[in-house]
Structures are given as C-alpha cells and as structure tokens.
Design a protein around this ligand. Structure first.
Ligand code: FIX
Ligand code: ZN
Length: 419
C-alpha cells in the first residue's frame, strides 16, 4: 500500500485507515450497469471504455468531424478516433482518460505499449460472467445497483420474460419518463392496461400510476425509486411532475418503505448533437427539496446534486432533515478536485452520516478506476480528520475506524433503506 500523505503516515492509525478504506467491500448504490441476463445492455471492454460519453464529449474538443459522421461510424472506429485524439495526440490527463489507464493497469495490462489491438485481443478473450466478478473484486464492490427502466424497450422484455435474480446485482426503479414526459408516458401506460388519462390528473389516474409503480417495484424487487430532474424543478407546484410526485410517487414510496432518489441539476440535451454526451448542469433551487423533506417526514429522500454551487446548501438541508440522505459525487462533480472538496465539506457538516460516493459506471470495468480514485481521496480526508482528533487527545481504536468506514461504505445507506 502506497503512502497517501507523508506526514499523516507517521501517525499510527494512518496506514490502517488507508488499508481499511482501500479494501472495505461496498455496495455501489447507483450505476448504469446490468446483470448478464440483460445481454447487450451490459457494456464492457476497451471499445466501450473509450466511447464512454464523458470521453466523447472531451474528444469533440479536438475533433473536427461532423457530429453525424462520427455517429455513423462503427463503435470500433469511434474508439480509434478517441484513442488517437485523447491519448496519442494529447496526454490523457483528464479524469476520464486517466480512469481508462487506471483500469487497464489494475487488470494487469501494460498501458505504456499504447497497443489498442492488443488490448482488444485481451478483452475478447475474457468470459463475460467471470469478468464481472473479477472487476467487482478489483473494485471492492459487493453489490452493483442497476438503473432499471420499464420504459426501455430493450430492458422491459427481460423483466417480463422472468428475470432470474443475480445476487451481484440489485434493481432500482427509474421513472424519468413518467415524471418528465407525462403526455407520451400516459399513452404508453394506457396501452399497458393502466387506466390513466393524459390530459387530466384525476384520483383514478394517480391510483393507476401507483398500481404501475407497485407492479414494477414488485417485479424488480427495487431498492429505491429514482428520477433525475432539471434545475428549474419546483415543488410544490401545479404542474404535472409535482402533482405526480405528491399524489403517486410519494404515497407509493411510503407504502413500500422505499427511498425516493432525487438527482437535481441536469439540463438534458444542451447540445443534442452530442447525444448522451450532450447534457449539461444548472443551479437548482433546493427550497424544493426543503419543501419535500419538511412536507413529507414519512418519506425518505436520497439526494445527489449536480451543481458544485448546490453542495453546501444540500449539506445544510441534511442537518435539518433526517429523512434526507446525501450520496455520491455525481457526473461532473466526480473529479478528484471536487470529490476532495465535497467529501471534506460533508464530513465537516454531517460527520459520518452520508454516503460519499457511487460510481455511475456505464461500462463494467469503470467501477475499478472510479472506486480506486475515490477511495484514495476519501482515505486522505479521513486521515486528516482523525489526525485533527488526535491533536485533541482523542483516541480511536482500530475497531472504531472499521466501523466508521463500513458506515460510509454502505452501512449508512443500508440502514436508511430499511428504516
Ligand atoms: O441520470 C443519470 O443517472 C446520469 O448519471 C446519466 O444520465 C449520465 O448520462 C451519466 O452517465 C452520468 O454519470
Ligand atoms: Zn446515473
């Protein structure tokens, strides 16, 4: 184990903290990964790693090919372009680029050869199912939470045909189209046999939406219900989204004892030509979240916000409402500079009562780098905090360090879910 902090390492507990943080198995509470039963939906391998939408957005900073020409290329060609521009023609210093290299190294591959065909050969020789377990071991992930949408035409049939539970994966019910595209979704629900009316939000419609949510919560055995919301979302409000949340989603979550996971701050399709890479960020009005937490004390809200400028207010809200669980450094905040800042701020305001990270991995092997990078940063913050305690004369035992790290890495979250 490499020393993280020269000074801190002299402290008797620093190495222990580093070891515990680097090795404690944890549940990854939000990813876009799938169990193998979902077949092509589970993305893995070097080409998928290279065309991750974080890297595509960065590659277009240098590329001059028209967007449509890029999208018309085969994935392998797209990956070659990304490799050429982000790794060979410029040094790969961004967090997403570095992540690919951390991942390859952890898998035992030699990055200095810069040999894309050899990397492809190595991945092609892997057995997908064993590779999942291997990546989870390297990342120290004991459970992968999926993002499961009944509205996804590739995913839905797998559930309907009877998904056989894979104990490495946990389902989570994602409902963005229900809350953010109601007119179209109402038509879909009606086709599926739910008696909802697109134009009018009657009690009958709310009841039928609840029946839909109950059917899918049971079918998936979902751990929570999740939505991402734009910065201008307001609650309470007379609009459809707020009405559906109040009259269908929140009662549903109360009935099933499930957290409602809210991810505020995403501006979808700021540049539609970039497709999945084209979403942006905006400042959210968190009085909306205050209204939800205060107005519905019987509901549990787990929240990660996208804007850096919202992070402090989120911590303050969590000090006021114990039905609010803060988690993860989401997407554009998942860079070392901000993970460090957010983790310190959260710990200074909330003690150990939050979940510092989730991976949001879209490609299987990404769990390796996302967790390795985050664990190092979290360890450094913890060493600093325990050092500051030591200066007061307070002593922590090894068992207490293990207890605290377990709480940060799944314990807090799992208790929050079962409350
Ligand atoms: O809405 C989400 O769950 C986001 O995480 C994704 O939509 C986004 O594309 C992503 O991959 C961020 O990490
Ligand atoms: Zn996500």
């Amino acid at each position: 184990m490499k020393t993280i902090h020269a000074e801190a390492a002299q402290l008797p507990f620093a190495t222990q903290i580093e070891n515990v943080v680097m090795s404690t198995p944890l549940p990854d509470i939000h990813t876009h990964l799938y169990a193998p039963a979902f077949r092509d939906l589970l993305l893995w391998g070097i080409d998928e790693l290279l065309i991750y939408h974080y890297l595509v957005a960065e590659a277009f900073r240098y590329l001059d090919v028209p967007y449509e020409k890029f999208w018309a290329m085969a994935k392998t060609e797209q990956a070659e372009l990304v490799w050429q521009h982000l790794f060979l023609e410029h040094s790969p210093v961004s967090e997403s680029c570095r992540g690919v290299l951390t991942t390859l190294r952890a898998l035992g591959l030699d990055v200095k050869k810069r040999d894309l065909p050899a990397l492809r050969d190595w991945f092609a020789a892997q057995d997908a199912d064993q590779h999942i377990t291997h990546c989870m071991e390297l990342a120290g992930v004991r459970k992968i939470h999926m993002t499961n949408s009944p509205f996804d035409d590739l995913e839905r049939p797998v559930w309907e045909q009877g998904y056989h539970h894979d104990e490495r994966f946990q389902a989570c019910l994602r409902i963005d189209p229900l809350l953010l595209a109601w007119p179209e979704t109402a038509v879909t629900l009606a086709q599926w046999g739910y008696t909802v009316e697109a134009g009018q939000l009657s009690q009958k419609t709310f009841d039928e939406v609840r029946r839909f949510l109950a059917d899918w919560t049971r079918r998936m055995d979902a751990a929570y219900v999740m939505v991402s919301i734009p910065p201008d979302f307001k609650f309470p409000a007379a609009n459809v989204t707020a009405q559906l949340i109040e009259n269908a989603v929140l009662p549903h979550c109360r009935e099933f004892g499930l957290p409602f996971a809210l991810m505020p701050g995403v501006k979808r399709a700021v540049n539609p030509q970039l497709r999945l890479a084209g979403d942006g960020v905006g400042l959210s009005d968190l009085s909306t979240l205050q209204n939800l937490c205060a107005g519905f004390p019987e509901n549990k809200f787990m929240v990660t916000v996208l804007a850096r400028e919202n992070q402090h207010e989120l911590c303050v809200l969590a000090r006021k409402f114990r039905n609010l669980h803060v988690f993860g450094c989401w997407w554009f905040t998942n860079v070392p500079y901000l993970i460090d800042e957010m983790t310190r701020m959260r710990m200074e305001l909330l003690g150990l009562s939050f979940t510092p990270q989730h991976s949001d991995a879209r490609v299987l092997e990404q769990i390796i780098y996302k967790w390795q990078h985050s664990r190092r940063l979290i360890a450094r913050v913890l060493v600093d905090k325990f050092s500051a305690l030591a200066q007061t004369g307070w002593q922590v035992t090894p068992a207490e360090i293990e207890r605290d790290v377990k709480d940060l890495f799944g314990g807090n979250f799992e208790r929050f879910c079962t409350k």
